[in-house]
Design a binder for this molecule. Sequence first.
Ligand SMILES: [Zn+2]
Length: 369
Amino acid sequence: MVAPSLLEKQFNLISKHAPFIVSEEAQKLHRNLFIGDLHADSTLWDRNLSNQHNFGHVDIPRLQKGNVALQMFTTVSKVPQGLNYERNETSANDRITALAVIQGWPVKTWNNLTERVIYQAKKIQRIAKKDSDNFMLVLSQSDLEKFINKRKSNPNLVGGLIGTEGSHALEGNLDNIQRLYSEGFRMMSLQHFFDNKLGGSLHGTTEQGLTKFGQEAIYEMLRLKIIIDVSHSSENVVKDVLNLTTQPLLVSHTGFNGHCPSPRNIDDSLMKEIAARGGLIGIGYWDAAVCGNTPREVASAIQFGIKLVGVEHVALGSDFDGAVLSGFDTSELIALTHELLEAGIEEPQIRLVMGENLLHFFERNLPTK
Ligand SMILES: [Zn+2]
């Protein structure tokens, strides 16, 4: 039996690096930014996120250190053995089952994917309850307004939202969309690494579009005002969703193919279409998405995105704690501000990308109350 912390230390690594050099201009700007991130899998691991750790990428104290205001916590429910970005069989053995057992999750989570994501969501709700000076759960536009007001007198307050990674978490039952909504979920991604009942994954075997079940699921998500994330979805699924709704979409963590040709990234023309519909694209910090993991390489992907889809449609989507090798953790985010300035990106544009776009997206697209 491997101790849970040892297990996480194998997965959520940070490349060894000297302390980042940050200009005075970047320090001043970073302090005054509203920062948000669209994707972190931190609830998957056995760590109390209220405490600072010297492993993993995200916890509340490190979000505060990085001046992050809003964090989307995404819950992972099933990951295939032999995971890769090209081709994964739906029938492959699942790796999260072992993780759930080793980390001592309740027995009901061992064989039920809905229970797995609810268990992870409850961790976030618990922090919001116990540690309300530092953390607040955001469920609606009015919560967001409250959060912004509270942050004026308490600039250390971090806001959190809850999402899924892959709608196999529904266990094939549409009623579970309402159930997850009641548990605080406000964003749902459709696929993860394998084709599921809703349609094809970008890393599956069929490349199929939305199934009838997938369409019904989307209608139910739209009815509840759950935000739809098409990261990891096949290009055919993305096209079908774009045909089905005019509601703005998220790509919570990705790179751009024109910047980093990779089986992890969908075609740039689809990204442009998502943006043209008011969508928001979160740039990841790892190699398969942006062909590198240093702050400079992430800044270069952002710069490409601004040119391709327009500055209002680019945001941060770290994939922190998503079993990726990152070049930095969330407390070191100032290094990204520095590199964006170094790349010659103007201050108002940096403000938008680092978090204001994300804030405006949630202000418009969360349920009102
Ligand atoms: Zn992912």
